[in-house]
Design a protein around this ligand. Structure first.
Ligand code: ATP
Ligand code: MG
Length: 422
């Protein structure tokens, strides 16, 4: 092997994953609630995998051991969808044989193999521009092990140097490879530097429940992702306007909900028929105020659905100035329609490009840009108001208030629900 960089680490032989979580470690008395929610999130993410795993929480880490093998790249991808996971360290674990941990000779063999499997090192003299620097750190939790942690580390260091002459060199200060050996109920071998970043955040479902207004666009799935990342459980509502919006547009929203559910956990998606409401507004209200009045009614209906379904907040993908209905004046008018709960707008200060980048990272972008029209594009005015005045809007709404009340009640009565899982 040549080269000066740390070689790529292969995870194919890994049969354990050590999960680091940061934020939930500081939650005091509630810590076990967060740990259980994190473990539940991990189990859910792995449930449909080909493998079988055990998940246990030990000393501020989550240990995932493979019982039946699965493709490790797939396992890692699944773990990268679990909020609360800060880092994933792929590891090799060695079980006790006849209640005994491997002795130092057997341990050394495992360590040597770990470097062969992980970094593709070949035993004996092979060419390398310069050796890789490493350090062994041992943690002996099982105090009955005959050697102490310093002795184990020193011995394994020697054996590795012997096995890979010229390829490895010890550096105790800044090693490229910090090789960790844990002697617990089983032995765990892993490399500190090979930790893979997780999504961070708080475990799904540890905050309250929120109702996401989910359209087929780029923004709202990202908004849902961000609120779920803070631990909120999500429900969603989609305003459908057949025949002005197609079944394909509806399916696209269901698909987006499934992509968000990969992170957020199962989402109940309420589909509300908005056609009659939209038509009435279209007929009776000034054209330039259409969008703002429609948005006020969407918020109003979403709030009612939220109340019925034990949600304590609404979530939208709005961002200041993005379109006419999202100027600060428009947001002022829209926000007024919601009376009983906060409206969370996690993207409020994001540029479109920043939102696109997140949607690409979380895998919703490709679906969001499919060209099926959503309900707003049909009834858009050529010159929508950008500075709506709330009193004026309200006066115009009054004309149709009674009729709309009945239509809203009907829309709520006829809503359908899709149970979407990731
Ligand atoms: P997005 O990119 O999320 O589709 P947008 O750019 O289309 O948003 P607007 O139409 O102004 O912007 O909508 C602002 C927010 O209102 C959306 O982010 C979403 O939360 C909500 N929303 C819009 N249309 C719908 C709909 N048909 N059903 C549910 N929510 C909607
Ligand atoms: Mg938008």
């Amino acid at each position: 092997m040549t080269g000066t960089e740390r070689p790529v680490f292969h995870t194919d032989r890994c049969n354990a994953y050590i999960i680091k979580y940061a934020e939930i470690g500081v939650k005091g008395k509630n810590r076990h609630i967060f740990e259980e929610a994190l473990a539940a999130g991990v189990r859910r993410a792995l449930a449909s995998s080909e493998g079988e795993f055990t998940v246990s929480s030990i000393a501020g880490r989550l240990y995932i051991y493979t019982v039946r093998e699965a493709d490790s790249a797939d396992t890692i991808t699944r773990l990268q969808h679990v909020f609360g996971v800060l880092g994933i360290c792929p590891a090799v674990t060695i079980a006790r044989i006849e209640k005994k941990l491997p002795d130092i000779d057997a341990l050394a063999e495992h360590a040597i193999r770990f470097f062969a499997d992980g970094y593709g090192l070949e035993q004996g003299e092979t060419e390398r521009e310069r050796p890789l620097t490493f350090k062994v750190v041992c943690r002996r939790v099982d105090k009955t092990y005959p050697l102490d942690s310093m002795e184990v580390a020193a011995e394994l260091g020697e054996r590795l140097l012997d096995a890979y002459p010229g390829q490895l060199a010890v550096d105790v200060h800044e090693p490229e490879i910090l090789f960790r050996v844990e002697l617990r109920e089983q032995v765990n071998l892993f490399i500190e530097q090979e930790e893979i970043p997780g999504p961070g955040g708080l475990p799904a479902g540890t905050a309250g429940r929120a109702m996401l207004l989910l359209s087929g666009g780029i923004d709202s799935p990202v908004a849902g992702y961000q609120i779920a990342k803070r631990g909120a459980a999500l429900e969603a509502v989609y305003f459908h306007a057949p025949p002005y919006t197609s079944d394909r547009a509806k399916q696209k929203v269901i698909d987006l909900a499934a992509l968000v559910a990969r992170f957020a956990g199962p989402i109940r998606l309420h589909i509300v028929n908005f056609t009659q409401i939209q038509l009435l507004i279209y007929e009776k209200c000034p054209k330039d105020e259409l969008t703002i009045i429609m948005r006020r009614y969407m918020m109003h209906i979403a709030e009612q659905l939220a109340q019925k379904n034990h949600c304590i907040g609404l979530v939208t993908g709005e961002s200041i100035g993005q379109v006419a209905s999202q100027t600060m004046q428009s947001l002022y008018a829209t926000d007024d329609a919601v009376r009983t709960m906060p409206v969370y707008r996690p993207l409020i200060a994001h540029d479109k490009q920043e939102i696109i980048t997140i949607s690409q990272q979380i895998g919703t972008y490709e679906t969001s840009i499919l060209p099926y029209e959503d309900c707003c594009t049909i009834f858009v005015a050529k010159h929508p108001v950008t500075h709506p005045r709330l009193e004026v809007i309200k006066r115009h709404e009054q004309v149709i208030e009674e009729e709309l009340k009945a239509l809203v009640a009907q829309a709520l009565e006829e809503e359908t629900v899709e149970e979407v899982t990731g």
